[in-house]
Design a binder for this molecule. Sequence first.
Ligand code: ADP
Ligand code: ADP
Ligand code: ZN
Length: 218
Amino acid sequence: MRILLLGPPGAGKGTQAARLAASARIAHVATGDMFRQAVAAGSDLGARVRDVMERGALVPDDLTVAVVRQRLGAGDCGPGFVLDGFPRTLPQAEALDGLLTEMERPLDAAIALEVPEAVVLRRLAGRRVCPRCGATYHVDTDPPGEGGVCRCCGEVVAQRGDDQEETQRRRLEVYQRDTAPLLGYYAAQGRLVAVGGDGPVDVVAGAVLRAALGRQGR
Ligand code: ADP
Ligand code: ADP
Ligand code: ZN
């Protein structure tokens, strides 16, 4: 199964990609997570993406595509993958098409998570992440453990630097300008499936799985 998730920051892409990866036994490929890990590790890649991410701007396409190309070649992507946060621009989408054609592994579907803007803003404002293992929480709907610690690894959870209000707004603008046009791009390919993202996590996960299974191999 080869799926990508589209939607603004805070739509629930990461949450749903993790669910889909577990239920369909496919790899979860999240460019934002990969970039954050590179920053935390202090690698060359981390040094190149750090400031851009902090500002809420996009990492350059060539760098992002190179990272994804390498990641999709890894063994765990053999059974399939769900892309989370990639592509984010038209050139990235075109590069992905080229890459998947080359691999003879076309995309099954682009699933768009539809969530009203007011909900997205609440989700971003309450998002907390574990700096050690990357687990995601929400102060209201999915709070961390006692004392604000990660239920997976015990680290104290924190707000992402780019989830501060000012940067949030910037990222939503970038989404509208650079990423929203991908909805039309995948619709024109006949690959776009819209799923309502404004419900409980389990309900959305069921709808995403049905959409993915319904498109498989078509
Ligand atoms: P969110 O989950 O809020 O949508 P991500 O974790 O996917 O955010 O991404 C965080 C940041 O990482 C982005 O704001 C951007 O700076 C960078 N990034 C992630 N994916 C891409 C991409 N495909 N192209 C360019 N930059 C990216
Ligand atoms: P994205 O990857 O699209 O930026 P996330 O998966 O990180 O979005 O979700 C953003 C925030 O919203 C997180 O705090 C997450 O716990 C919360 N969240 C995700 N899905 C739901 C949902 N269906 N209902 C309520 N809160 C949700
Ligand atoms: Zn953790």
